[in-house]
Design a protein around this ligand. Structure first.
Ligand SMILES: C[S@@+](CC[C@H](N)C(=O)[O-])C[C@H]1O[C@@H](n2cnc3c(N)ncnc32)[C@H](O)[C@@H]1O
Length: 444
């Protein structure tokens, strides 16, 4: 070690603390802050990601523990030091790092944050945690945010919507999600791809009731997946793989994928059926380039439109669509296990805003469905006001909205972790060939 170099492991802890504080202060997602150059060596990138995602997943518990262990609260301008303390506590509980190494690297990180004199504080807090851990764990049982490591408003919302399942949902949100692949059935059968994986030494299992889905026993970098670059498979959760089959696609149909970016479902739609005329609309032009990248890899094409799906007059040519998928912007409470920063970024008012967007989008897009056409509404949340309650309100307000087929339920949902899938909701409605005419009162 050169005279001025930081002790081993300190830099990555300091970098993680800076990124965690940035997520909290600027509301940028953990994925986005990790994309930048955090200044750590390539060999430390996976530890950096584990520290940042772990700090998000366990934020509410770690914050409560810090408060219990500090004799005096930190000041608001000490956000990076506060994050470093949580990262220290995280390592002592959730990561497989020997405690003495975790403590010394975290203590050594304090001066790198410019927190002069803070090394002693970090050391004292972490040592106290080690001594008082059992007592803290007992006390945490009475504090819902600490016990379940979720914000209280979300615990309350999930308990209200899912009185029998809320604890299971919270536990599933705290567990890392498996990696699922969607096999491109244009290239090979799923059985053939499973054999290819086995030959490559990658253990994988087929989903029972989703024909394209394969779950990997352990996550893999996509570059190591056979045929990935050539479009043989895509990474997509099993619940998301239900969207395209629900559309009941037939060759020659005109399909609108509203809110399409980054294009996971657009690609699946095109893989399912030949000769489709697919429009992929998203209001975020930068995200739409990711749809283009995904389709290029799959060698498939769609018409890409940058536009507000709630304002079809801006981009629609007036010809109705046989199929519309509205993968609506939502609170994303069903995918917390993949994006644990949702727990710290989402606010109750965001759910209200999402509900308003969803209502606008449903209202704006329904007129674009051809008579006899099918409309599929999808979200990755399990909050009922964005799902069944939203669809009930829509059906109450729109004339002629009927279930897709009489006698068959018009919706499907998965709670997070069920069948190893993300939390998801789908509802589908078919537009009648002729709208029911209002009854005209007879002349007396
Ligand atoms: C849940 S993501 C869609 C995921 C995508 N369907 C997939 O499977 O990869 C929601 C998308 O909706 C887009 N969005 C939000 N509001 C929109 C609007 N009013 N019009 C068009 N796109 C919108 C966002 O930019 C975001 O890309």
């Amino acid at each position: 070690m050169s005279r001025n170099a930081a002790p081993a492991g300190a830099e990555v802890r300091a970098a993680a603390a800076r990124l965690v504080a940035r997520v909290l202060l600027t509301h940028v997602s953990a994925d986005d802050v990790l994309e930048g150059d955090a200044g750590v060596a390539p060999r430390d990138r996976s530890l950096l990601a584990a520290l940042v995602f772990g700090a998000m997943r366990w934020h509410h518990r770690l914050e409560w523990q810090s408060t219990q262990l500090l004799t005096k609260p930190l000041k608001p301008d000490q956000a990076e030091l506060a994050a470093l303390l949580r990262i220290g506590l995280l390592q002592l509980q959730e990561l497989r790092i020997p405690p003495h190494a975790a403590v010394s690297a975290t203590v050594d990180a304090a001066p790198l944050l410019g927190a002069r004199g803070a090394a002693g504080l970090v050391n004292a807090v972490l040592r106290r945690f080690q001594r008082e851990r059992a007592e803290l764990e007992r006390k945490a049982q009475a504090v819902p945010e600490a016990r379940f490591s979720h914000p209280l408003w979300l615990i309350d919302a999930l308990r209200a919507d899912w009185p029998d399942d809320w604890q299971r949902i919270l536990d599933a949100n705290n567990a890392p999600a498996p990696m699922w692949l969607r096999v491109n059935l244009r290239r090979a059968t799923r059985a053939a791809y499973l054999e290819t994986l086995e030959a490559a030494g990658i253990e994988a299992h087929a989903a029972d009731d989703v024909a394209t889905a394969v779950r990997l026993a352990a996550p893999q970098p996509v570059e190591s997946l056979p045929g990935f670059a050539a479009g043989a498979v895509s990474v997509q959760d099993v619940s998301a793989q239900r969207a395209a089959p629900l559309l009941d696609l037939k060759p020659g149909q005109r399909v609108l994928d509203a809110c399409a970016a980054p294009g996971g479902k657009t690609g699946h739609i095109l893989e399912c059926c030949d000769s489709l005329d697919v429009w992929a609309v998203d209001r975020d032009g930068a995200r739409l380039t990711r749809v283009a990248d995904n389709l290029r890899r799959l060698e498939l094409t769609a018409k890409l439109v940058t536009g507000d799906a709630a304002e079809p007059r801006q981009w629609w040519d007036g010809r109705p669509f046989d199929r519309i998928l509205l993968d609506a912007p939502c609170s994303a409470v069903g995918v917390i296990r993949r994006h644990p920063d949702i727990k710290v970024l989402r606010r109750p008012q965001d759910v209200e805003r999402a509900q308003a967007f969803q209502a606008d989008l449903l209202r704006a897009l329904w007129p674009l469905v051809a008579p006899g056409g099918l409309f599929v509404y999808a979200t990755c949340t399990v909050l009922r006001r964005e799902n069944d309650q939203r669809i009930e309100a829509f059906r109450g307000a729109e004339p002629g909205v009927e279930p897709a087929s009489p006698g068959v339920a018009g919706s499907w949902r998965n709670l997070p972790g069920e069948a190893e899938g993300d939390g998801f909701y789908y509802a589908w409605v078919r537009k009648p060939h002729a709208l029911p005419t209002a009854s005209v009162p007879r002349e007396p």
